[in-house]
Design a protein around this ligand. Structure first.
Ligand SMILES: *Cc1c(COP(=O)(O)O)cnc(C)c1O
Length: 353
């Protein structure tokens, strides 16, 4: 079979959630952010594992993602929609019992008029300038909104991955100024905010990337493995080239393996001549260009040819790949393609599930 295998360790996701949960006071609820199909790992399996670990509130980006999470979890757990209540979402929000985080006066009006009495939360902008009501808008509508009993008031930090950035304290102060005394549960921290310390935790935290093994949750257990099958191996002589645009020229005799995955599978062309695949703990450099479906690798030094080579695994995590590509672990995860054979692993279900 020439499709690569993406292994997703559900126990590691659960352990990462528990570890992040332990970082805040027991009275602080730890939610789980599962937007973008649980950061590309498959929200159906991931949310069930998280619910089993104890998560009771889930955040998605848009209502359609919330529908998938509701189908996976059934009634009970709360599902918050960060994009709020958009025109056309009313039925879905009602039927699937989603909680929109209302971002604007327009959304507040839409929600209170179309679904009076239906749960909602409020998103405030404390300086990121992306989503949420700004201070003067909030001041104008707060009395009316608070009368309707929002479940949660939240804001989002722009620079939480940089603990010393002055923006963190500035946004914390602004959040206090906008919300002190309202008597509604509050949330400011995602993964980075949890690590900033207890004054950022409030009543609810919202970790995402830290669940999936990414920075800035440095102690996270790795979650994903990606093994690429070798399709063919050939010897090349000095002076021969490999791949598109003659991206590599051999200076010595080399043994080149061609593996089955490429940029169509989320393995960016930036890995060309840069990234490394692994046979266990033995590095095998990518030589030449990454193409759509194939990558060429120097395996001259291997004594026994394996069936597969790892691009994600114990020797190389999502952040290592991100550093090579000049991006972040979030993008590596959410770029993982749809052609992989996905294997969800969990000890509770005796290995492969
Ligand atoms: C994505 C997101 C999160 C989760 O952030 P991580 O850095 O992945 O922990 C939390 N809150 C909001 C508003 C988000 O957009």
């Amino acid at each position: 079979m020439a499709t690569a295998t993406l292994t997703i360790d559900l126990d590691a996701i659960a352990a990462n959630w528990r570890a992040l949960d332990r970082m805040s006071d027991p009275t602080t609820q730890t939610a789980a952010v599962v937007k973008a199909d649980a950061y590309g790992l498959g929200s159906k399996r991931v949310v069930r594992a998280l619910a089993e670990a104890g998560a009771r509130r889930f955040f998605v980006a848009v209502a359609e993602e919330g529908a998938a999470v509701r189908q996976a979890l059934g009634p009970g757990p709360q599902i918050n929609v960060l994009g709020g209540h958009m025109a056309g979402d009313t039925e879905m929000i009602h039927d699937l019992d989603l909680t929109p985080m209302l971002n604007s006066v327009e959304q507040i009006t839409r929600h209170l008029e179309s679904l009076p009495g239906h749960p909602f939360g409020i998103q405030l902008d404390t300086g990121m300038n992306r989503l949420g009501l700004e201070a003067p808008e909030w001041e104008a509508v707060a009395p009316l909104v608070l009368e309707q009993g929002p479940e949660l008031v939240m804001s989002h930090l722009a620079c939480a991955d940089e603990p010393d950035h002055p923006m963190n304290a500035a946004q914390l102060a602004e959040f206090h100024a906008m919300t002190d005394g309202i008597g509604v549960p509050r949330s400011l921290a995602a993964t980075g905010g949890i690590l900033l310390g207890p004054e950022f935790h409030f009543e609810l935290t919202r970790p995402g990337v830290g669940l999936y093994g990414g920075r800035p949750h440095g102690d996270a257990r790795p979650v994903v493995g990606l093994a690429l099958p070798i399709i063919q191996v050939r010897e090349i002589a000095p002076g021969e080239i490999v791949g598109y645009s003659c991206g590599y020229t051999a200076t010595q005799p080399r043994l080149i393996a061609t593996v089955a995955a490429g940029y169509a599978d989320g393995l960016t062309r930036r890995y060309s001549n840069q990234a490394t695949l692994w046979d266990g703990d033995v590095p095998c450099p990518i030589v030449g260009r990454v193409s759509m479906d194939l990558i060429t690798v120097d395996v001259s030094h291997l004594h026994n040819l394996p069936r597969t080579l790892d691009i994600l695994g114990p020797m190389q995590g999502v952040d290592d790949l991100a550093d090579i590509a000049g991006t972040i672990g979030y993008e590596v995860l959410t770029s993982l393609g749809h052609r992989y054979t996905r294997r969800y692993v969990s000890a509770a279900t005796h290995g492969q599930v």
